[in-house]
Design a protein around this ligand. Structure first.
Ligand code: OOG
Ligand code: NI
Length: 466
């Protein structure tokens, strides 16, 4: 029997091939990756081991997330099979219809590895959105029927790709030749399409929403951005701007401040205009141009608990309130002030208040002999040097930031009929549509922390306090 290419290796190779393809096709992405690597090297030189607190430099350098958009539950189920082959599982449910001010008629999830070990091997993740043509705020009955008919007539992932994907998921890997073929087909499925775009149809959808046109106006899907991870996003923003790349006007997510970085900070630059074959109403095919692929970069912080997340949301709301009342103030400054008032300044503070997740490990240089009070509080183990807490990095996305990223890359506002009520979608609906468990991100982080804590108690011979 030939040794098979294991799931994690398929994922790592897929991420690398996708990155190569994207770099060939979108040169600005290559610049972004170069500048990110420069910044990461500088931060490592400046901060030493601290720079690797939230992931080794090897992981951070290789780390990417991508984003794709599909049209139907069936397409979402198919893409889940492709990602399943790569050890990427649906995590979280995001409703961007509400989060965005412009028309963004999609609901989303993220496909990613869920085990700490798998994440450490390669954390590649893909933010995946599905169009909601059944939502009457965006689509009237006539247009909905046309969109659905158009989507029913296309095939994003062919039978050979899906058969290989199923085999890879079942066997947790593929024989080398099948692995090559699978990766070739999988990467090709996410390249920009070459079929001529029906201009009139595309433009009709664009009037509803540029996202609707990007999804339902063409016959294939494509990666619309691929995001490297950077250790100092403010510095990256400055360097990209200095190179003449026009960035969106802000960094999404938490502000820069002196305390621990939480969750996720992101920024992007506008989609570039790319040549695309267009079919005119009279049937002739001409060269046109579309702006659909853009660049984004992110910095990741510690994962927050439900309480931490509630505080995060409340503080963001507070920033908005202050800015609404005092519109002349600078957002970044207001935000930093609100952060100083609202968060503990140290990781330990986050831990003690139950706001963030940590991995606990027995300290290597712990005192000899058993800890003083074996049933005592965990804080004692940390204070006495028995155990150490390392932050768990946030592996997911933020709906408001995602909406900002979508929005900053749309050509127009689109339209929406606010007098109508939306259709409900939720995590359970998503799970049913794709026939897979949709994992709750909080549960995943919580279980990781809990397992690490149990190990600490087992090693130290201590007991968990209720
Ligand atoms: C996805 C936008 C969301 C992020 O990083 O928050 C996203 C899209 O534009 O399809 O990728
Ligand atoms: Ni993104």
């Amino acid at each position: 029997m030939t040794t098979s290419v294991e799931t994690w290796e398929l994922r790592a190779r897929f991420a690398r091939s996708l990155s190569e393809m994207y770099g060939r096709e979108v040169p600005a992405y290559t610049t972004l990756v170069e500048v990110s690597e420069e910044v990461n090297a500088d931060v490592l030189g400046r901060d030493g081991a601290d720079a690797e607190r939230l992931g080794s430099i090897a992981r951070v350098t290789a780390e990417r997330h991508g984003a794709i958009r599909v049209g139907t539950p069936g397409e979402l189920a198919a893409v889940a099979r492709v990602f399943g082959a790569l050890g990427m599982h649906p995590v979280g449910f995001y409703d961007l219809r509400e989060a965005a001010a412009s028309a963004v008629p999609v609901v989303s999830t993220a496909f990613r590895p869920i085990d700490a070990e798998e994440l450490a091997r390669n954390p590649f993740r893909v933010f995946t959105s599905m169009l909601t043509p059944a939502d009457p705020r965006f689509f009237d009955d006539g247009l909905r029927a046309e969109v659905e008919a158009f989507l029913a007539g296309r095939e994003l992932f062919g039978p050979e790709l899906l058969a290989l994907a199923d085999a890879a998921e079942r066997d947790r890997g593929l024989p080398p030749a099948d692995a090559d073929r699978f990766l070739e087909l999988a990467v090709a499925a996410f390249e920009l399409g070459t079929d001529p775009v029906d201009r009139a149809w595309y433009e009709r959808l664009e009037r509803v929403s540029a996202v609707a046109a990007d999804i339902g106006g063409v016959t294939s899907t494509h990666v619309n951005h691929l995001t490297p991870r950077v250790l100092d996003i403010d510095e990256l923003y400055r360097r990209m701007s200095a190179r003449g790349v026009e960035m969106i006007d802000a960094i999404q997510g938490p502000p820069r401040w002196e305390g621990p970085d939480v969750l996720l900070r992101q920024t992007s630059f506008r989609a570039l205009s790319e040549p695309r074959a267009m079919r005119e109403p009279d049937g002739t095919v001409v060269e046109g141009a579309l702006r659909v692929r853009f660049g984004e970069v992110e910095a990741r912080g510690v994962a927050l608990t439900r309480d931490g997340r509630a505080r995060y949301d409340a503080l963001l709301a507070r920033i908005d309130e202050i800015l609404a009342a005092e519109p002349d103030r600078v957002r970044a400054e207001v935000a930093a002030q609100v952060w100083r008032d609202g968060w503990p300044r140290t990781e330990r503070g986050l831990f003690d208040e139950g706001l963030a997740y940590f991995t606990l490990t027995p300290a290597e240089d712990r005192p000899a002999g058993p800890p003083p009070s074996p049933g005592g509080p965990l804080a004692e183990l940390l204070d006495g040097g028995w155990a150490v807490a390392t932050p768990i990095v946030y592996e997911d996305f933020l709906p408001r930031s995602a909406a900002g990223i979508f929005q900053s890359n749309l050509s127009g506002e689109g339209t929406r009929d606010r007098s109508r009520t939306g259709v409900d979608y939720d995590e359970a609906w998503l799970a049913g549509a794709i026939g897979r468990t949709v994992h709750d991100p909080f549960d995943l982080y919580g279980a990781q922390q809990q397992r690490s804590l149990e190990r600490v108690h087992a090693v130290l011979g201590t007991a968990a306090t209720p």
